[in-house]
Design a protein around this ligand. Sequence first.
Ligand code: ADP
Ligand code: MG
Length: 304
Amino acid sequence: MTGPYVVTISSEKGGVGKTTLATNLAIYLKAIDEDLPVTLLSFDNHFSVDRMFRIGRGRERATVRDLLTGDHGVEDLIELGQYGVCFIPSWRDTETLRGSVHSVADLALGLAGASLSGVVIVDTRPDLDILTRNALFAADRVIVPVKDAPSLENCRNLYDFFDQQGLSRRPLRILPCLVDSRIRFDGPFKNTQELLRAYAINRGYRCLDGFISKSPKVESLNTNPEGKIHPVLSYGRNTEVHQQFIHLASQVFDDMHKTPRRRIASIIAQLEAERESLKNADEQAAENFTDDSESDALPSQSAT
Ligand SMILES: Nc1ncnc2c1ncn2[C@@H]1O[C@H](COP(=O)(O)OP(=O)(O)O)[C@@H](O)[C@H]1O
Ligand SMILES: [Mg+2]
């Protein structure tokens, strides 16, 4: 089993463009390859994903909560949405969602159980709670949007999480987002994205190529009389953000093809190895116990 390529969008800061990034990345990946299965899920309870992708009213079905508990039929879990993007419906209450999780590997196990392929994009909340930690643990690629120096400082906690789990930091990539291209500096770094990139590299963080500009047009796509959230691909084609999303999605697409061994497959293999060694230890203990009781029994047999 290879499993899907999991892309987690994470930052402890709110309002840095995570949800916009997650939802639009899904659509741009579909635009690159319409046969690539792309599935999106969010641990936030804002229902942005559902509002953007649901066709019609949708029907009562499983949610991300059922994904985490493993309590679902696969066909109930995945909803085919607009633009050919599939999504797993959100859950309304963050507290009960957190309460459904028992370990950092629950999401990975849920995704493996759902037999997903292609790309899975996970939109997270602006904190490092157990839900975000599950999303980080399962990820082949973590995109960390940063819009300013404080949001870059926050990245340290994500890196620390990888270190604590004994995971390679290789999946983590910083992406300057909501960058105001009008701001210019004197000196070696001419603009905000160059400065953020320099800060990141200085701290040993790796960056994706490019950045996402702040655009009034993109901001306006959330608010319209239809109550929908419109994608940049169809409503913002004349913005520079459109070109930036093409560049971003191409990088993710190429990286996916360069990653034959998926994180989920490693997690499953590791859990199986742990289970196997526990089983062996149990069998060994049982054998020792039998040997002991046999040797205990010998003196009394010889006594009779
Ligand atoms: N490239 C962009 N240009 C302008 N506004 C943006 C851009 N990306 C996101 N926004 C706006 O910024 C706000 C926060 O974005 P959002 O994606 O919800 O961030 P987060 O999920 O990190 O809280 C929203 O109002 C959104 O419309
Ligand atoms: Mg969000």
